[in-house]
Design a protein around this ligand. Structure first.
Ligand code: NAD
Length: 797
């Protein structure tokens, strides 16, 4: 039977419930959100004569929670209008609203009695066959199910979202012993395909997978740091992006999560897992106990391991001295061993170098990595059946780029086993057996698929639910061409994929060469080209360092050539005889956005932050971006349209360097078109882009013919000029902002032509390039560029 899930109810609208409701609305579901009625009327309600029968009072908790969630930053919702998909109510008057829901999610306070009371209410209203799940982070699912009817028990399951649900990729799916296996299988697939999450099947064990291993890793670091005598900022430096973990590393992450929550999970594991061989690690060190008793909970009490403060009117971040529990100035950590990997972009190579060091830092990494390897391996089969479930949970739940078993593969499993013995760390027997049977790695990457070492069959198996995804790493034997900044893979079925490989995927000469070369190869021997990567960001734009260097040396010919080259490359993408599909994700800025604007189709990741941000560094989009927006405006003009107003919106978006906060918003900004698509699951994006490209090729793609662009000339320019003057007079913008905006206005209007008329693309490209070049001769533009390059900050001057 096909299970259809269109409508969901979320019970409990707190931190998690309100945000889960928003994310389900993001996924296109109709959502009911319910919470309790307040205990009494507020002062304000009394003053306004609101009666206890008034829905304003009865739904106050749910409505204000939802409003607060939507107003919070970062937003839980892709687009404000999606809020209309959520209907609110309360648990006394509106339980009948759940009667036609296909999925009911309980997200009320973490108390067994309250949760069970809510289930009995749900039981009398839900439709038979609908799924009931709990978001509990700690109470065993089997205990929660205790008093349910048999029918509801079989439809009951844990669905553990992480906070914030929109942004954290992990959804742990936890069946209990009576859960119908069909429900678990459905939830794993629905969560992956429709909700866009990395779903991981967990066992009903304390803290499930991610928190069990993640909190072990943190607690182990707490104990180890004393032996190594590192400060908290040094540990954060050692355990952050340098080894593929989030910027917040260890201690900042604890502050964000909450020290109270961390302590609760650790103590929960300590109490409920007496046979855990590392049970002692979950004991709170003295400093953590001290922090809990002094309410140093992190961000929620505004002080934890770090504390923001004002010193002589300047913001400063102080760090906690773990011996005295007092705050001190934090010094920038200086660890010479890290210089060895300063210029190493490849994470795997960095990890090998760092863990191979002969000094204290190398010793620290070995001890830490080996400890986590040992612990994770010993949790199989207790918390998961196979290694990939633990790796997936750590990557999606804790933001690690690589899971423990993937790192173990990088360091070499066999070598590490010998070294681990030296450190007194004992991994699980199955790992030794794996090596003895001749299997040297946990994972195998080949001909487009990833397989893992399956313990029960003692062989490599492909990963359930990942068969439809494309992981570029597994195409390393299908490389068609590469240079220092890009790699071209053959994805099969006649489709190529170009991946950028530069820092933050900036687009310099080597990437532009990669694009042109790939199009040439595809035109000759293939059916289509996808330009996509798996990094966090598609591209932060053109290589600003190079532009700055030419500008400072006043090498205008070189700069002119470089911009021309960029324009030629994006036009090549536009006018090739094969379909080109670009896959924006994360930051897709400046040049990255301009390339996207020239693709035949875009396959966005839902989390795409796309925009033309050039004015921030004192120039205008000149890689075809200004021209392309003028062209889109020209193509969209219909009789009776208020032409100028529409063009003005485009002008404002670029002048104010607006960036979308999701792919759905990109549509409103004009960077996405109706035929473009969105992948809610980022791991599905490349496969989706390939399918789209293949579809275009199969349908019979023909090379587009350059079209004329209708520009408005003086009439648009006059409007923009008046607007810029007003903003300047009102001191909303600086003199230099006004200068940049005027250049943009000129290029977007098609110059000061006396009346609207059609012009060529080349004419428009010349206008934007001239504007760019002239702005590069401005001192204030150079100051803006220098600031971004040196400090990463945009200045307004
Ligand atoms: P919260 O305190 O923010 O919200 C709890 C909600 O329960 C509130 O809306 C409250 O009105 C409602 N509630 C209180 N008493 C009730 C009652 N008697 N009957 C029905 N509802 C009642 O909590 P939260 O952080 O949103 O956590 C909700 C669930 O999600 C918990 O099980 C928690 O363990 C789990 N969880 C939380 C996080 C997190 O980071 N906050 C992460 C993962 C899972």
């Amino acid at each position: 039977m096909n299970r259809i899930l269109k409508k969901a109810a979320v019970i409990g609208s707190g931190v998690m419930g309100s945000r889960i409701a928003c994310h389900l609305a993001n996924a296109g579901l109709q959502v009911i959100l319910l919470d309790i009625i307040p205990f009494e009327l507020s002062e304000e309600e009394l003053q306004n004569g609101i009666a206890v029968t008034n829905p304003k009072f009865r739904n106050r908790i749910v409505n204000s929670s939802l409003l607060n969630a939507i107003k919070s930053n970062p937003s839980p919702i892709y687009k404000k209008s999606f809020q209309q998909r959520i209907q609110t109510g309360n648990l006394e008057d509106d339980m009948s609203m759940i009667a036609d829901c296909d999925w009911v999610i309980e997200a009320v306070v973490e108390r067994l009695d309250i949760k069970q009371k809510v289930y009995s209410q749900i039981e009398s209203h839900r439709k038979r066959g609908s799924i009931l799940s709990t978001n509990t982070s700690g109470i065993p699912i089997s205990i929660l199910a205790n008093h349910m009817s048999d029918e509801m028990k079989t439809h009951f399951i844990g669905t553990h979202f992480f906070n914030p649900p929109r942004y954290l990729q992990l959804l742990e799916v936890i069946p209990h012993i009576k859960t119908d296996p069909e429900i678990a299988a459905f939830m794993l697939e629905f969560g992956r395909k429709i909700v866009g999450k990395t779903t991981v099947l967990c066992k009903d064990t304390p803290a499930f997978i991610a928190n069990r291993v993640g909190v072990f890793s943190i607690m182990a670091l707490f104990h180890e740091m004393e032996n190594f005598d590192f400060s908290i900022s040094e540990i954060d430096k050692l355990t952050g992006p340098i080894i593929g973990r989030p910027k917040s590393a260890t201690f900042r992450t604890c502050d964000v999560v909450g020290i109270d929550t961390l302590a609760k999970v650790a103590l929960g594991v300590k109490e409920h897992c007496p046979n855990d061989e590392k049970n002692e690690v979950f004991k709170l060190p003295d400093f953590l106990e001290g922090m809990v008793s002094q309410n140093l909970f992190g961000d929620k009490t505004k002080q934890g391991f770090y504390k923001k403060t004002l010193v002589d009117g300047k913001k400063e971040i102080l760090g906690l001295n773990l011996k005295t529990l007092t705050y001190e100035k934090t010094e920038r950590p200086k660890l010479e061993a890290l210089d060895l990997v300063k210029n190493e972009e490849d994470l795997k190579k960095r990890i090998r170098i760092l863990a191979g060091g002969a000094d204290k830092v190398g010793d620290f990494y070995r001890k830490h990595f080996f400890g986590v390897f040992g612990y994770a391996s010993n949790r199989i089969p207790e918390i998961a059946d196979n290694c990939y479930q633990i790796d997936d949970a750590m990557k999606a739940g804790f933001g690690w780029e690589l899971g423990p078993f993937e790192i173990w593969d990088i360091l070499g499993v066999e070598n590490s086993l010998q070294l681990m013995a030296v450190y007194g760390i004992k991994p699980a027997i199955w790992v030794e057996e794996m090596i003895k049977s001749g299997y040297k790695n946990f994972y195998q990457y080949s001909s487009g698929s990833v397989s893992y070492y399956d313990i029960s069959s003692k062989s490599y198996k492909s990963i359930d639910g990942k068969k439809d995804f494309i992981f570029l790493q597994s195409y390393s034997s299908n490389i068609v061409w590469q240079n220092s900044g890009s790699i071209l893979y053959d994805l099969g079925d006649g489709i190529l994929n170009l991946e950028f490989k530069t820092k933050m995927n900036t687009m310099g000469g080597e990437v532009l060469q990669g694009i042109s070369k790939s199009i040439g190869i595809a035109e000759k021997d293939f059916s289509g080209l996808v330009i996509a990567n798996e990094a966090q960001n598609f591209s932060v734009g053109a290589n600003l360092g190079m532009v700055f260097m030419f500008a400072i040396e006043q090498d205008w010919d070189e700069l002119n050539m470089a911009i021309r080259q960029f324009q030629k490359t994006v036009l090549r993408a536009r006018y090739s005889n094969i379909p080109v599909v670009v896959a924006p994700r994360g930051m897709t800025l400046g040049g990255g956005c301009e390339l996207s604007l020239h693709a035949d189709r875009l396959q966005f990741a839902a989390e795409s932050y796309i925009g033309l941000v050039e004015t921030g560094v004192g120039v205008i989009p000149a890689g075809g971006g200004t021209k392309e927006l003028a062209k889109r405006f020209s193509n969209s003009i219909q009789n009776g349209d208020i032409e100028l107003n529409r063009l003005q919106n485009t002008f404002l978006n670029v002048a104010m360097a607006k960036v979308s906060t999701s792919a759905h918003e990109a549509y409103d900004l004009g960077y996405m078109q109706a035929a473009d698509r969105i992948s809610i699951n980022p791991h599905a994006q490349i496969a989706d882009a390939k399918a789209l490209c293949l579809q275009l090729a199969t349908e019979g793609y023909t090379q587009p013919i350059p079209e004329k662009i209708k520009v408005l000339g003086k009439s648009a320019l006059a409007l923009f000029t008046a607007g810029i003057f007003g903003m300047k007079q009102g001191r909303f913008i600086s003199d230099h902002d006004a200068k940049v905006a005027s250049k943009l206005a000129y290029a977007l209007s098609g110059g000061d032509l006396s009346q609207p008329q059609e012009v060529t693309e080349t004419y428009m490209l010349d206008l934007e390039r001239e504007a760019f070049l002239s702005l590069c001769g401005e001192k204030k533009t150079l100051e803006r560029m220098q600031s971004l390059l040196k400090t990463g900050k945009i200045i307004r001057n």
